[in-house]
Each structure stands twice: as C-alpha cells, then as structure tokens.
Design a protein around this ligand. Sequence first.
Ligand code: 5GP
Ligand code: MG
Length: 194
Amino acid sequence: MNTSPLVPTYWRDQGIEQVLIDEASIARRVRELGQELSLEFADGKDVVLVAVLTGAVVFAADLMRAIPTRVAISMVSVTSYGASTTSQGAVLSSALPKNLAGKHVVIVDEVLDSGGTLRLLRTELSLLGVASLRACVLLRKQREQAMSTKCEMVGFDIPDVFVVGYGLDFNDEFRNMPFVGVLGEDGIRERSPR
Ligand code: 5GP
Ligand code: MG
C-alpha cells in the first residue's frame, strides 16, 4: 500500500511525481538530530556548523534552531561537476571558514551521494586544527559510494533517485518546496537544455 501523501497540485504540475519525505517527518527528524548534537556537546564546547552552500541552507537553518545550546554557523561553497542529476567530483569554490582551531566542527550537507563533497571537506577541515570533526547529512542515497563514505549522522536513507525540495534543486528550482520529492523524467527533460 502506498501511504505517501499526495503531491500538492502546484508541485505535481511542475513535474514532482512523489512525496518521498513529508514536512512533518522532516521536522521530527531534524529535532532528533538537534537533540543528539546538543547531548553530544553538552558541556559548553565550542560547536560550529559548517553548512555546504547552497543546498544545505534550509536544513542547516532548521537544524541550528533544533540545537538548544550554544552553536555557531559558517558557510562553505563546494561545486560538484558532472551531468545535471549526478555528481562526479567536488571542488572548493569559497574560502574555508576562519577560526576553526580548537572547535567542534559539524559538516552539514543536504544529501550524501557520491561522497565527494564530504571527503573533500573532511580533508580540508582536518588541516585546520579542529578539536573534532563530524558530518551530518539529511539524506543519504542507498548506493555503494554513499554508504561507504564516512558520515556520523544521517537523517534518512533514501533510494538512489533524483530528489528535490527542502533546499535541493534542479537548475535552482524547487529549493523552496517544503518536502523532499521525486522529480520525474518529464520534469527533468522539460528543464534540460536540448
Ligand atoms: P556528493 O556527490 O558530493 O555526495 O554530493 C554532491 C552534491 O550533489 C550534493 O550536495 C547535491 O548538491 C548534489 N546532489 C546529489 N544528489 C542529488 C539529488 O538527488 N538531488 C539534488 N537536487 N542534488 C543532488
Ligand atoms: Mg550540496
């Protein structure tokens, strides 16, 4: 039986075929992740979330407010290249945050796919004298490359399909969609350059 909620009409007309994770489920899981982090760092440690632009901004903003203890946030920009719905490599496209020495750093990303982004950031950030380094992603694709990439906290394991919403885009669209949904082949084709 398919119990996933119906796709709202507007988003269905934009090519969204399925609600994969609804708003309430995201909110519940983000609260749990926030609690987990605040327990981990309960004793007044200096914690910095390093969020990956642009996709992780929605998740990071919610996660930050789910942490009831002191926390700072920095942004880092990583560009993935490859075809439009797959990623093949990651390069740093901004400076690294300053003053991370001695801090407990949590890399926050919206989706773990090839693992390139996390591997790159782990390598770069570990050179900055941080006190500890961990990664927290909202979504992890159930594919070998993602499952074998080190990541301490995962919101949801999802099938290896192209998803949008809650910060995730296709050609900069859909980031404002409040749930995580599957963009169908037609929606992808319509938005792809010929
Ligand atoms: P990585 O392959 O480095 O683990 O992830 C790189 C980036 O590819 C992610 O941060 C995200 O921006 C993008 N990406 C990977 N899978 C998806 C997906 O299913 N949907 C969207 N919108 N972006 C994705
Ligand atoms: Mg990203």
